[in-house]
Design a protein around this ligand. Structure first.
Ligand code: ADP
Ligand code: MG
Length: 601
């Protein structure tokens, strides 16, 4: 019974694969991920499929993709080392999160219901001083982190790094990288135990990508590499020309994969919540390009100029001295960091920086590994039977560079010039989530997934439906939560405060003839205006949300939520935030940003 179970699948989103009366679904033990004990319960990592055999989970396609990349990459790696039997995909994630005091959290229905603040005026101080990253970790937070790390180690999660993040009350935990399937299970497990441990310290963890307006959101960098069972990291530069040919072959294959399956990768990380972060001038921009750094660029330049049978010597790390005797020589990495790049080569791995903090990384890694498998398979088909493998491989790399170099961008990804340049290079820039999801329906992408047996057309189409439905549901919940807060909390608060101010003004006049009530009048005029605006915006948001949620077609609905409901929410928020600035704190029912972000002790 541990190997296979039959949980009810009827209440699970399936994107129209089955009728709801067909309830059967099966879970099966994934023996590649260790079982663990949580709250005295034996937990078994499983896949989940429907009675009709379609996958309902994220794990099944991921396992299939890992198989595909193993096969394809081992085929290529064997040209360089005939002892290679398997290639593993590795994942090292970096989990960002915010902590908020439990009592303040409980007083914010928006955080409780949606994980982010739907209203709230920016704090006078936020992250302008840019001093948080290296600041001391508050002791209460440190106690939480230590406790969390102990729980991680009990469960076999190799937690490794902890630090402050860029925004106040924002932090990060990163483990040592592991085989991708296991690493992802560990990330999911971490997200769930984090919330439990936080409660012990009277904190709540916010995994939402953008809990607060005006300060950085949270991401989950996806550090990814391939390595052979003989111990070679395939994206690591080598010492000999042949090793470097291997290195550059694998890098060029990734480049081609990211170029060709750009839109699918984008779809894998798009969501209603991550949309607040991507392209919003903080996280990576919305266009997927690759940062290679100067070392690879130099190799590419040389290769482009070189004759077919020339191979290149790569230098390893170059040493530099700082000129201070107490400081040892610092080894400068082969790549600098380019924080604006969504997909960066970082020494011996690629760092995909678009995934959001709340994301399950399965989708991104399913697509990444499958897309790379496709290129590697093509590579083998192209060089197979060549008289001289090295020459053929070098020629292939050169051609691939010519064809796909457009995806490389080493400049500032936030600039408008890049947006225009990317359009010229033909890189897709699908800005909103419903647009990005269309990739799941595109013929080219469906055939990629079918070719490697990762997802069938039916599964892809059902995932599209589920994603669109999910998108609409998230915004619907947000809109309705906002409506409640505005009409039951904020408008009444503003109204009673106006009552207080008006009676104060009347009392002043009664007490002292001719006394000035200028400040009361100014305040009442302004606050009355914003309260009217809140009231109008509430009516408008209610009307549009009701209209849009009644739509039947999931595609039309998701677009309408994006195009019509989100702007109506923005209008209401603007009025509420303006009112917050005028109302006495004792009257305003929602804890303000500065309390939530700066009162940690
Ligand atoms: P950052 O500066 O972005 O915080 P780090 O150098 O701290 O990056 O590494 C972040 C993550 O990358 C860690 O989880 C680490 O385990 C992982 N990592 C390191 N090398 C590899 C690799 N070869 N493959 C996959 N992940 C890796
Ligand atoms: Mg990183």
């Amino acid at each position: 019974p541990l190997v296979q179970q039959e949980p009810d699948a009827s209440s699970f989103p399936n994107g129209g694969i089955r009728n709801t009366f067909e309830a059967r679904g099966y879970s099966a033990w994934d023996i590649s991920s260790p079982v663990f004990i949580l709250n005295k319960t034996l937990c078994i990592p499983t896949i989940f499929i429907s009675y009709t055999g379609e996958s309902l989970d994220f794990k099944t396609p991921l396992l299939r993709a890992l198989n595909a990349v193993d096969k394809a990459a081992a085929g290529v790696a064997r040209y360089f080392d005939k002892d290679v039997k398997h290639v593993q995909s590795y994942l090292g994630w970096e989990q960002e999160y915010f902590l908020v005091d439990e009592a303040l959290y409980a007083a914010r229905p928006d955080l409780v219901m949606t994980g982010r603040t739907l209203m709230g005026h920016e704090s006078a101080k936020n992250q302008q001083l840019e001093d948080h990253y290296f600041g001391a970790i508050p002791s209460r937070v440190e106690a939480f982190m230590l406790d969390l790390e102990i729980e991680c180690h009990k469960l076999g999660i190799p937690a490794h790094t902890r630090h402050n993040e860029v925004a106040p009350n924002q932090f990060e935990l990163a483990p040592i990288f592991e085989e991708t399937n296991l690493a992802n299970d560990h990330n999911l497990l971490l997200m769930s135990i984090m919330s439990e441990v936080a409660k012990r310290h009277n904190f709540r963890v916010l995994l939402h990508e953008k809990p607060f307006n005006g300060i950085n959101g949270s991401g989950k960098h996806n550090n990814w590499s391939l390595g052979t069972d003989t111990g070679t990291l395939l994206f690591a530069p080598g010492k000999t020309p042949r090793e470097n040919l291997r290195f550059i072959t694998f890098v060029a294959n990734v480049m081609a994969a990211v170029y060709r399956h750009n839109a699918l990768l984008k779809a894998s990380i798009s969501s209603a919540t991550n949309a607040h972060r991507l392209g919003a001038n903080e996280a990576p921009p919305a266009i997927i390009s690759i940062f290679t750094g100067s070392m690879i660029s130099k190799i590419f330049d040389q290769l482009e100029k070189s004759t077919e049978d020339e191979l290149i010597e790569l230098s390893g790390k170059e040493g530099i001295t700082v000129g201070v005797s107490q400081i040892p020589e610092i080894m400068i990495d082969n790549t600098d960091r380019n924080r604006t790049s969504p997909f960066a080569f970082t020494g011996n791995k690629f760092e995909f920086r678009m995934p959001g903090s709340a994301e399950n990384l399965s989708d991104a890694n399913t697509i990444l590994n499958t897309a790379v498998a496709k290129e590697l398979k093509q590579f083998v088909a192209d060089v197979e039977g060549a008289a001289d493998f090295e020459c053929a491989a070098a020629a292939w790399v050169k051609k691939t560079l010519n064809d796909h170099r457009r995806v490389i961008f080493n400049g500032n990804g936030y600039s408008e010039a890049w947006e225009a340049e990317a359009a010229r290079r033909g890189l897709p820039n699908r800005k909103c989530t419903p647009d990005a999801m269309v990739a799941l329906k595109e013929e080219k992408n469906i055939s990629l997934m079918e070719e490697f047996g990762v997802l069938t057309k039916t599964e892809m189409l059902s995932r599209y439906e589920v994603e669109m439905e999910h998108y609409s549901k998230i915004i619907n919940i947000e809109a309705r939560t906002m409506l409640k807060i505005a009409s039951k909390q904020l408008i009444p608060a503003a109204t009673s405060y106006m009552g207080e101010v008006a009676s104060t003004a009347a009392a002043k006049i009664a007490a002292v003839e001719g006394i000035s009530t200028k400040s009361e009048a100014k305040l009442l005029t302004a606050l009355s205006k914003y309260t009217d605006e809140m009231s109008d915006a509430t009516d408008a948001l209610k009307a549009v949300t009701d209209k849009v949620s009644a739509l039947d077609d999931e595609t039309a609905k998701a677009h309408a939520f994006h195009d019509e409901v989100l702007p109506a929410m923005d209008t209401l928020r603007a009025a509420a935030d303006a009112a917050e600035e005028l109302v006495d704190e004792d009257y305003w029912p929602l804890p303000c940003y500065s309390r939530m972000l700066f009162y940690t002790e």
